[in-house]
Ligand binder design. Structure first.
Ligand SMILES: *Cc1c(COP(=O)(O)O)cnc(C)c1O
Length: 351
């Protein structure tokens, strides 16, 4: 008998992002703003003189310093990863033992559960309420009563776009010994981070990514921010040269201009508000969608019994949006793209 893929892995299917030719990609929550020509020139200059025959800095120290600077924390409290996805994978696979219980509140970013399955953890998923929130005190009792070892939540949340105030998150972390992982991939659009309070918590990890607000999804760069004990463990568990040299150089060039980054974030928030208001404007008498959730991210989350049909009409119009069961997630784009999205929705409503 030859080699057999084990039972666990046979049940997995490769992750398939939406593919095909679209004139507008509003499905993956990327930034619609590409790096400007000055940033590109700085990146190229750095790569032009780089020693590509050598391994990169294993801890991407310069990049961590720049990002720490941006966040207002010490560089020693920051670890870089090949996307925050890699860091999620390291945390899930190294910080727990097989069979340990981890908790998420659904709907939630799917990768926490994905890595938990690979690592043979017990993933418990509790439904959020109608407003896509959950009771913090109940959650805390549940965590302590059910021997939960880790809690993963994105804040503001992908996919629901809803934000939870920092003081609530900290209230959850305070009353438990479980590891609390707060994924702040979209925090730039909300501005209520728990990072400032981290020094008082030895059970909290904050995750950040360059893929959304920073407009650098292509370079694959994310960060963990935590107290020294956790950071040391992450450094011990990660693979040695996890952030490649080209990524480090691109990030050094791009993260040296905070002013530009802040301008871009404002533009994305403006676009998000335009898209949100436009979609809200279609609510009312119609039955096209039941609910448009208040957004603290760069996308709009919609509950609709017509979600499949809406997504199909978007596709026919060359626009990719994300269909998630009875929900749609539409990423803010350029003014033209947002206008088109609103127009498509209003045409479906008019049918
Ligand atoms: C997009 C996203 C990530 C992935 O970030 P990468 O750095 O690109 O791996 C992580 N968490 C959430 C909640 C996201 O939406």
């Amino acid at each position: 008998m030859g080699f057999e893929i084990n039972e666990k892995l046979r049940r997995f299917e490769p992750y398939l992002p939406i593919s095909g030719d679209f004139r507008a990609r509003m499905d993956a929550n990327e930034s619609f703003i590409a790096p400007d020509s000055e940033t590109i020139a700085r990146i190229l200059a750095k790569i032009g003189s780089a020693a590509l025959n050598r391994y990169p800095d294993p801890y991407a120290e310069h990049v961590c310093e720049l990002f720490a600077n941006y966040l207002g924390v010490y560089a020693e409290n920051v670890v870089a990863g090949n996307g925050s996805d890699e860091i999620i994978s390291i945390i899930v696979s190294s910080f727990f033992n097989k069979g340990d219980r981890i908790l998420t509140f659904s709907p939630e970013f799917s990768m926490y559960g994905f890595y938990a399955r690979i690592s043979e953890l017990e993933h418990i998923s509790v439904h959020k309420d109608e407003d896509m929130l959950f009771d913090i005190d109940e959650a805390r009792s549940f965590i302590n009563g059910q021997n939960i070892k880790g809690v993963f939540l994105s804040n503001p949340c992908n996919p629901t776009s809803v934000g939870i105030p920092a003081r609530e998150i900290l209230r959850l972390a305070k009353g438990t010994d479980a590891l609390i992982v707060i994924d702040e991939a979209y925090m730039e659009f909300y501005g209520d981070s728990v990072i400032g309070a981290l020094k008082d918590y030895d059970n909290v990890i904050v995750l950040k990514t360059c893929s959304k607000a920073f407009g650098l999804a292509g370079i694959r760069l994310g960060f963990a921010v935590a107290g020294n004990k956790i950071i040391d463990a992450l450094k011990a568990a990660k693979s040695p040269y996890n952030v490649n040299l080209l990524t480090q150089l691109a990030a050094e060039a791009a993260l040296s201009d905070f002013k530009k980054i802040r301008q871009n974030i404002s533009s994305i928030i403006e676009a998000r508000d335009f898209l949100y208001e436009g979609i809200r404007g279609l609510e009312g008498e119609n039955t096209l969608f039941e609910r448009v959730y208040p957004t603290r991210t760069n996308f709009v989350f919609i509950k609709s019994a017509n979600s499949s049909r809406i997504s199909e009409v978007f596709r026919e119009n060359g626009v990719a949006v994300r269909l998630m069961g009875g929900f749609l997630r539409i990423t803010a784009g350029t003014r033209e793209e947002n206008e088109r999205a609103i127009r498509i929705l209003s045409e479906i409503r008019g049918e």
